[in-house]
Ligand binder design. Structure first.
Ligand code: SF4
Length: 392
């Protein structure tokens, strides 16, 4: 025996069975979710306009609303996964509060998710609309599926404000909308319309000089190749992006992920850049390198750091890092036509002057092996480590 919520969800997914009281809205949601246009990025002027209307409408409503008057702008969260498993959760706006900095919208669940509630805070910024959702009573979306936030007008116009999954605890959900993408597309050596993207966060290594270690405690969380393909596909399709800089702390940590990503994005015809460790990249198979090149990889940034394996050890570079591998990778990348971008730290202890001289000599050797190699230089700067600073 199905509960009324399950019957409603079934009706929403299939359109068959006994029509619930609110079937008109469910029909509309199903129609929108089934439409191809739903899954494309709306034009930025629509996003900006509708969200501006959210705030303008909400503020106007603050003055006029009686306690039991239905809100004008519901926010809809729909869990989307495989097409057969659509489950929509509707959260209607209850009240609006303008605290001068953010507009707060109190939300409560409809019959579809009676126990759901939350607060949405929206605020215009110089880079679009910032939207924070604090939701309770919504279960995490199953692995491989997501909730999608929507701003929805009474006359049936809906605008997506992004996706979230609630699988990482009860942290607030931060979404952005109304961003003018033209501000973020620039000509670079890679292409005419280059965009930046982060497909992962963190790094499992613990180099002693690296801020990432303290930020992420050697953890690493990555998007799937399928999701990366969807993101890049949308950027190419809707914004005519022709190049991508992968600003991951280390894009190349997982060879299988990179190989699948490369295969998936090859038809998009983008040129791309990423940052990765020398020893990891030397461990990649020729097949993966070929796939990366075919997919548009043009340059890779790597921290070569030093000509001395002993200095690399003091930096706690970890893995199989060695100066010899830096030379080998420069040679290998030349054979694949990918430009290495190597960074070095000059003047490491215990012999700063000697370290600088040997590193410059090493750089000359690298340039002989692969003249296209780009060199980035840093200087060693001691900083206090964790603990108490001595005082006099
Ligand atoms: S491998 Fe790179 S990102 Fe990872 S800890 Fe070392 S320097 Fe930082």
């Amino acid at each position: 025996m199905l509960t009324s919520d399950e019957l409603r969800a079934q009706y929403l997914a299939t359109g068959s069975g006994e029509a619930p009281r609110d079937h008109e809205r469910l029909d509309l949601i199903r129609e929108v979710l089934a439409g191809e246009a739903t899954w494309t990025e709306p034009p930025t002027h629509v996003v900006g306009g509708v969200l501006a209307a959210v705030v303008a409408g909400g503020q106007a409503d603050t003055d006029r609303r009686s306690p039991d008057r239905p809100a004008r702008w519901p926010i809809v969260a729909a869990a989307v996964g495989s097409a057969a498993a659509l489950l929509a959760l509707l959260v209607s706006t209850l009240g609006v509060l303008d605290n001068g900095r953010e507009t707060l919208l109190a939300m409560t669940g409809t019959e579809l998710q009676v126990g759901a509630s939350g607060v949405a805070a929206v605020r215009p910024t110089g880079s679009g609309w910032w939207i924070r959702l604090e939701l309770t009573g919504l279960a995490p979306a199953p692995e491989g599926s997501y909730y999608e936030g929507w701003v929805w007008s009474d006359d049936g116009e809906g605008v997506s404000i992004g996706t979230f999954h609630l699988r990482s605890g009860d942290d607030p959900v931060i979404l952005w909308s109304g961003v003018d993408m033209e501000d973020y597309l620039h000509p670079t050596y890679l292409g005419r319309r280059t965009v930046a993207h982060n497909s992962s966060f963190g790094c499992p290594f613990s180099c002693s000089f690296c801020a990432v270690v303290a930020m992420t405690n050697r953890r690493w969380l990555a998007e799937s190749p399928a999701r990366m393909e969807r993101v890049l596909g949308r950027l190419v399709r809707d914004y005519c992006v022709d190049a991508v800089q992968m600003h991951d702390m280390d894009f190349f940590i997982n060879e299988a992920r990179v190989a699948e990503f490369s295969g998936r994005i090859t038809p998009l015809g983008v040129r791309w850049w990423g940052l990765g460790r020398i020893d990891t990249l030397m461990g990649y198979s020729n097949a993966t390198w070929t796939a990366m090149v075919r997919s548009g990889l043009k340059m890779v940034f790597s921290g070569a750091e030093s000509a001395s394996d002993a200095v690399l050890a003091t930096m706690n570079k970890g893995g199989k890092a060695s100066a010899r591998l830096a030379l080998d990778l420069a040679r290998r990348m030349k054979s694949f036509g990918v430009v290495p971008e190597y960074s070095f730290v000059l003047g490491s202890p215990p012999d700063p002057a000697g370290d600088m001289a040997s590193t410059f000599e090493f750089i000359r050797e690298i340039k002989r092996v692969n003249p296209a190699t780009e060199i980035v230089l840093y200087t060693y700067t001691p900083v206090p480590m964790d603990g108490v600073l001595p005082t006099r």
